[in-house]
Design a protein around this ligand. Structure first.
Ligand SMILES: [Zn+2]
Length: 212
């Protein structure tokens, strides 16, 4: 059977299973959504935010791109961020990187196809800013994993300086930014750091290593 047919069949089976468990499963979400989290993660197919957190439909507002990068001139992400924080009232924004990220690896290697190479400019900036520590890692695996971690840190700092977040902090809205990494090897999310309106961004240290 073609994979695309399998996808459709799986969808029907899932819908039937959810309805059998709870006849109101779909009806309760038809009117509106009230998610508690905005998730900014990598597009990697192995890193499925709803599954790894057992979120139900309506639980997570999601934005994904290669290497979970935050560009203030990324209209797509800024629209998602504004809508999540200022319309839906989400109080937690997560940036979640992951072990063995192909995008971060490509930034480390250089020479990816366009337009990927241009997209990865922020990740290469992270590499340049933390070159001493990355170069000091003894193995290629540790280099990419450490770059994954410091990339989450730096993207979180970019996030804190975007207009939607600055506006929320200035208005004393209860917004917290979380930096996490996901370990493909054991399925565990590992928290790295948090940023609130009281965080002095210029003094945020490099996070402890969690992926070794
Ligand atoms: Zn990735």
């Amino acid at each position: 059977m073609k994979e695309i047919d399998q996808l459709m069949l799986a969808n029907r089976a899932w819908a039937a299973e959810m309805l059998a468990e709870n006849p109101d499963y779909f009806n309760r979400n038809v009117g509106a959504q009230k998610p508690v989290f905005l998730w900014i993660g990598c597009s990697d197919s192995r890193v499925a935010p709803d599954q790894m957190t057992q979120a139900v439909p309506g639980g997570l507002f999601v934005h994904r791109n290669i290497a979970n990068l935050v560009y203030p001139d990324d209209g797509n992400l800024m629209a998602v961020l504004h809508y999540a924080v200022h319309v839906l009232g989400v109080e937690n924004v997560v940036i979640c990187g992951h072990y063995g990220c192909g995008g971060v690896q490509a930034a480390l290697d250089g020479g990816a196809d366009q337009p990927i190479e241009d997209w990865l400019a922020h990740a290469r900036q992270v590499l340049d800013d933390h070159r001493d520590e990355i170069d000091a890692m003894p193995t290629p695996e540790e280099k990419v994993n450490r770059l994954v971690e410091v990339n989450v840190r730096d993207q979180l700092l970019h996030l804190a300086q975007t207009e939607p977040v600055k506006k929320a902090f200035e208005a004393d809205m209860p917004l917290t930014l979380h930096g996490w990494v996901y370990d493909l090897r054991d399925g565990h999310i590992k928290p790295l750091m948090r940023v609130t309106r009281d965080t002095v961004l210029a003094e945020v240290p490099r996070p402890e290593r969690v992926l070794v």
